[in-house]
Write a protein that binds this ligand. Structure first.
Ligand code: NOJ
Length: 595
């Protein structure tokens, strides 16, 4: 053990989840054990030794609950049952035990902003205005054309998929994240229900105390089964304001977001959830937050949440018109200042999550790196950033072998409801006119980029399935796959394993404070991580051209080179560093500034 390593330094506010690295599994695309073309839980169990060898500590499992699968499981029909597509409850129990046997943990996806329209609660709720389940969801009468100031001539009933003879507008102007109005008219009772996502994902009404009780009970049920925490889906959308007013901000990510993001009772609900359930367990929680500021994140941590996912850095490549379905260019300056703001903002209180990939985002090496000539180097540079900033890193399946975006050539290759709905609405509104424009945006933005099957080896379908995969496999699987990466000493995979073992060895990776050295440099991002007895110096050349960089005088000197994506073996920190394209280095100083 190194002197600057894992010796006990009690002054840190220690938590197991601060020291952990999370690996996200999208079960549909991870490993298919029964040849039906869809990944499953026994398929994950087969790969537990692989995860153990990689060196991750926690698995976050995307939803595997009973579901019609409109949004690949984010439309839950039964919170306490496993979807038989993925296996049985016994399979799931084997997975949990297999992880725990290997000293790994499991966090489950908690999707409680909405359910599926096939959930028994919704079936009962929609059956009658008097149902005792009516207020589990958000039902309202529509607005008459007169009330809304819309003339008969202006009114386009087709926009709202209204039945014949019904001529009214939705209760307000909120839009769904998947495009179009956030309201659907239900013929059975002549009212509209709210859905911030697909119309088959009705929003739950958190104002109902009975509903909240049901949710807390369900959470406790899973915790009793032994899980180690939750990733909470779009959790800061659960509180809707009284009266459901129209949106006020035309720049909001979707119309109405200024009303329902971090709504009025959000902190009350999150702290209630903590008091009622989570405080009884040593659980980790990470709240996915559509829009969240550093100050809000601090409040969520006061409410008892371990950390939040913010997406500020994953918006930097939105176009000037704004919104996910636009295309712009990110800059190093933007990425560095955004992540630095979060590093500094949560330094004293709170805790960061770190992530560049997940099942909703294009692949990081295609987005922030170079998936051509420097795929390997840039994937390793991004790995270095992910694993040396302060916070809990979240890796996403395939990241460890440098998987990249899929070369979509037609919409027939797309499965994602979000992509298909948004493309449809953009075409209907005339915002996207040609097939080329659509395809370019899909290649750049579609969530399906992340959902192509995991590439295990170079046999047919990349070893993901013996059947026909539900999504096309990226054609680069013959080169980019786990088997090849494990054999190759210079692979992205080996580099991740190395960095993960360093995080176990040196606690400065976990608890060291972050100091930025290059606020303005055009292509270099250099920073230190400092504890009372150790200092890491990280230098990243975020560009495909070589450069020379002069580090600050107080880090120059003897140092151990802990990691290098160019395979450099030794070297102290000179007065100038010659950096190759996408070069990344991590040094441990012999003589830390603060020692
Ligand atoms: C966020 C999830 O990550 C995404 O996949 C899903 O479509 C929405 N929430 C709705 O649940």
């Amino acid at each position: 053990m190194s002197e600057s390593g894992t010796s006990t330094t009690p002054e840190y506010d220690r938590e197991w989840w601060k020291e952990a690295v999370v690996y996200q599994i999208y079960p549909r695309s991870f490993n298919d054990s029964n040849g039906d073309g869809v990944g499953d839980i026994p398929g994950i169990v087969e790969k537990l030794d692989y995860l153990d060898e990689l060196g991750v500590d926690v698995v976050w499992l995307n939803p595997v609950y009973e579901s019609p699968g409109v949004d690949n499981g984010y439309d839950i029909a039964d919170y306490r049952a496993i979807n038989d597509r993925y296996g049985t409850m016994a399979d799931w129990e084997e997975l949990l035990a297999g992880l725990h046997d290997r000293d790994m943990r499991l966090i489950m996806d908690l999707v409680v902003n909405h359910t599926s329209d096939e959930h028994a609660w919704f079936q009962r709720s929609r059956s009658s205005r008097d149902s005792e389940y009516r207020d589990y969801y958000i039902w309202r009468e529509g607005r008459s054309l007169r009330e809304a100031g819309v003339s008969e001539a202006e009114f386009d009933a087709s926009e709202y998929h209204l039945p014949r003879g019904v001529r009214e507008l939705p209760p307000n102007d909120w839009e769904s994240f998947f495009g179009g109005s956030a309201w659907t008219y239900d013929e059975e009772t002549g009212e509209w229900y709210l859905h911030l996502f697909d119309e088959r994902q009705p929003d739950l009404n958190w104002q109902s105390e009975t509903l909240r009780e049901e949710i807390y009970e369900m959470m406790g049920w899973w915790l009793q089964k032994g899980i180690d925490g939750f990733r909470m889906d779009v959790i800061n959308l659960i509180s809707k304001p009284e009266g459901l007013p129209d949106g006020d901000d035309s720049d909001a990510i979707v119309r109405g977001a200024d009303q329902f993001v971090n709504g009025p009772n959000i902190h009350e609900y999150i702290s209630e959830m903590h008091d009622r359930v989570l405080s009884n367990y040593d659980a980790m929680t990470v709240g996915e937050m559509a829009e969240v500021t550093v100050d809000e994140a601090l409040r969520f941590s006061e409410d008892g949440m371990s950390m939040v996912f913010n997406f500020d850095h994953l918006r930097l490549d939105f176009g000037p018109e704004g919104g996910r379905w636009t295309k712009g260019e990110w800059t190093l300056d933007g990425l560095r200042s955004t992540l630095t703001e979060w590093q500094e903002g949560l330094e004293a209180e709170g805790w960061n999550s770190l992530h560049f990939n997940n099942h909703d985002e294009p692949r990081m090496v295609s987005r922030f790196g170079d998936d051509g000539e420097y795929r390997r180097e840039s994937a390793k540079l991004l790995a270095t950033l992910l694993l040396t900033l302060k916070g809990t890193p979240f890796m996403y399946q395939g990241e460890e072998i440098g998987m990249q975006n899929y070369p979509f050539s037609s919409l027939t290759e797309v499965r994602d409801v979000d992509t298909l709905n948004n493309v449809r609405f953009a075409r209907e509104s005339g915002r996207l006119e040609t097939d080329e424009e659509v395809l370019e945006l899909v290649q750049h933005r579609s969530r399906d980029n992340a959902r192509t099957p995991m590439q295990w080896h170079d046999d047919e379908h990349a070893g993901f399935t013996n059947g026909t995969p539900w999504m096309p496999v990226n054609p680069n699987y013959t080169e980019v796959n786990v088997a090849a990466a494990r054999r190759d000493e210079r692979s992205v995979h080996r580099y991740y394993r190395h960095l993960l073992s360093l995080r176990d060895e040196y606690e400065v990776f976990v608890y060291g404070d972050y100091t930025l050295h290059t606020p303005d440099h055009e292509q270099v991002w250099a920073y230190s991580r400092v504890t009372t007895d150790a200092e890491l110096f990280v230098v990243l050349n975020f560009d495909g051209t070589a450069t020379t960089y002069a580090p600050p005088a107080d880090v120059v000197g003897e140092a151990e080179l802990l990691a290098s994506n160019y395979g450099l073996a030794t070297g102290g920190i000179g007065e100038t560093l010659d950096l190759s394209p996408w070069e990344a280095r991590v040094y441990l100083l012999d003589d830390p500034v603060t020692a």
